[in-house]
Ligand binder design. Structure first.
Ligand SMILES: [Zn+2]
Ligand SMILES: [Zn+2]
Length: 216
């Protein structure tokens, strides 16, 4: 078993079922021992392809097995959406139309959008990312958990005051959708390579996200 075969099995499992395959399931799929799977998952975690917690796959971006405030409903499959970015990325990666649902952290209102891979959803809601991309991997689950969607600027301001936090970056739905559009491209295919910081910064700039927050 190569580590790349394991990565693909994790991603395929998430894409098809909405949940992370267990170590036992991966061992059966790949015809290897559970120890080999454990070693492989650890390697993928070290390489930042996935996030392993307590021996299980917690995240394989844009997929998540831990709830971070979003659900993403496809025609056949229900996913935890990870963050706002990840939830909007799922229709691009998996190629199905979805319903993204969340609760505004500012006022608690229920929010939902039909999201597809053709045009950005309409709406006046905004996304707020708390932590700059350069800090994402310090604690990626925490960072993802703070990339949320709000009714609008007033709800962002209210939430920041209530939680005593500094404003990060606010963007409209169309920008979030374009950010999500190609970011995870190729992750369901063999030979995927993560972007280095320079390529990532160029990608962010191409969708209009610039400055130190975006690693430039
Ligand atoms: Zn609100
Ligand atoms: Zn995320």
């Amino acid at each position: 078993m190569s580590v790349e075969q394991l990565r693909l099995a994790v991603y395929r499992g998430f894409a098809d079922t909405g949940r992370a395959p267990t170590g036992q399931e991966l061992a059966v799929t790949l015809g290897v021992s559970e120890d080999t799977v454990r070693w492989g998952l650890h390697t993928l975690h070290e390489q930042r392809h996935i996030v392993v917690r307590d021996g299980a796959v917690a995240m394989a971006h844009p997929f998540s097995s831990v709830p971070l405030g979003f659900s993403v409903m496809g025609p056949q499959t229900l996913w935890w959406g990870g963050c706002a970015w990840d939830s909007f990325a799922l229709p691009h990666l998996v190629g199905v139309d979805v319903l993204v649902a969340t609760r505004c952290p500012g006022c608690g209102r229920a929010l939902a959008w039909n999201v597809d891979n053709r045009t950005p959803p309409s709406g006046d809601e905004v996304a707020h990312f708390l932590l700059p991309v350069t800090m994402l991997w310090d604690d990626v689950v925490h960072a993802c958990g703070n990339q949320r969607l709000f009714c609008g600027e007033p709800c962002v301001a209210e939430w920041l005051t209530a939680t005593g936090q500094e404003r990060g970056c606010v963007m409209d739905l169309a920008t979030l959708w374009r950010l999500a559009q190609h970011w995870y491209e190729g992750r369901l295919s063999r030979g995927y390579e993560r972007r280095d910081p320079t390529t990532a910064a160029a990608y962010f700039a191409s969708v209009g996200l610039k400055g130190p927050f975006w690693g430039q």
